[in-house]
Design a protein around this ligand. Structure first.
Ligand code: MTE
Ligand code: MO
Length: 307
């Protein structure tokens, strides 16, 4: 497929998406709410249904915004670097190993992720700790499906995630800007929350490399850095795992990292945010607007200490 063709497809997918949204917004649409989609991207079919329970109906950012303003330090630390260096991430023969305190240790291929689980399109906000945000039509499935497949033992209390390690090809990994590979973690009940998904695509297409191909986490009520990209390992563990940003600056980045306008980052406020593409700042919402689904997970915890 030529580059030109790919570009055309971006446009078509986004147009289709907006038409669909227009239909959904119109009054008669309820019968159409769970229709399936069949779209081709990079020669792969993504078959998915539309989630209405957890999706926001805010306007989505454009495909171009979502794929050209990124944080992916393995591909460079500038916002445009991940797009410019996207082809340096090699996702051929990708596998993800699932191990640790589980009955079933398994290794899955990237095709498994597209074919084995019920894919849904979910429109979620992503809010970066740097106080910008985007709304993205992610395609993925609930992480709870992996938990059911793995069958954690009674010892498992947390999940530890690891990203790709390939310093020969990934320009960011030639320097010690972070503890490589990039690492993240969730408490098991956070991982089981239905809002927590593994994403394999966006705007009807498989994930562009700069967004964390072939599979990345999305935890919409936490700052963006928890949503680890290009995952290679999912381990069920007993103790709270190390995370790259916490190792880097423990006073700035805690394990929980819930979006919280009332707890400032030590170097800046978290009260307001700029939606990419907008000029005026918005007020940041508790748990990024998802409090009704997740606030109970932190009942009784001091959120100024557990930041
Ligand atoms: N492996 C890895 N995952 C990562 C990062 C990274 O540098 N490496 N950056 C994080 C940060 S800080 C943010 S805000 C989001 C950005 O996701 P997006 O580029 O798809 O919008 O990815 C997160 N996941
Ligand atoms: Mo971020």
């Amino acid at each position: 497929m030529s580059k030109y063709c790919l570009k055309e497809n971006h446009v078509t997918d986004e147009k289709l998406f907006n038409q669909r949204r227009a239909i959904i917004k119109s009054s008669l649409a309820f019968s159409l709410l769970t229709f399936s989609n069949l779209l081709f991207s990079n020669d792969k079919k993504l078959i998915f249904s539309k989630d209405m329970k957890y999706s926001t109906n805010e306007e989505t950012n454009t495909f171009k915004q979502i794929t050209s303003y990124n944080n992916f330090y393995e591909l460079g630390s500038g916002k445009r670097d991940p797009m410019m260096n996207a082809e340096k991430l090699n996702t051929d023969d990708w596998t993800v190993s699932i191990d640790g305190e589980v009955k079933n240790k398994v290794t899955l291929s990237k095709d498994d992720f597209i074919n084995k689980f019920p894919l849904e399109e979910r429109i979620y906000r992503l809010r970066c700790v740097e106080a910008w945000s985007m709304v993205v039509p992610w395609i993925g499935f609930e992480l709870s499906h992996i938990i059911k497949l793995a069958e954690p033992t009674y010892k498992a209390k947390f999940i530890a995630f690891e990203s790709v390690y390939d310093p020969e090809n990934l320009p960011g990994q030639k320097r010690n800007i972070l503890a490589w590979p990039y690492r993240e973690g969730l408490r098991l009940d956070e991982a089981r929350n239905p809002l927590t998904i593994l994403s394999v695509g966006l705007y009807g297409r498989i994930l562009p490399n700069q967004n964390g191909s072939p599979i990345r986490l999305i935890v919409p009520w936490k700052y963006g850095f928890k949503s680890i990209k290009s995952i290679t390992k999912i381990s069920f563990v007993e103790k709270m795992p190390d995370t790259s940003w916490n190792l880097e600056a423990p006073n700035e980045y805690g394990f929980y990292s819930n979006v919280n306008p009332y707890v400032s980052h030590p170097r800046w406020s978290q009260k307001r945010e700029r939606r990419i593409g907008e000029f005026r700042k918005r007020d940041t919402l508790m748990h990024n607007g998802y409090a009704e689904h997740v606030a109970h997970l932190y009942e009784g915890m001091d959120l100024t200490k557990n930041f």
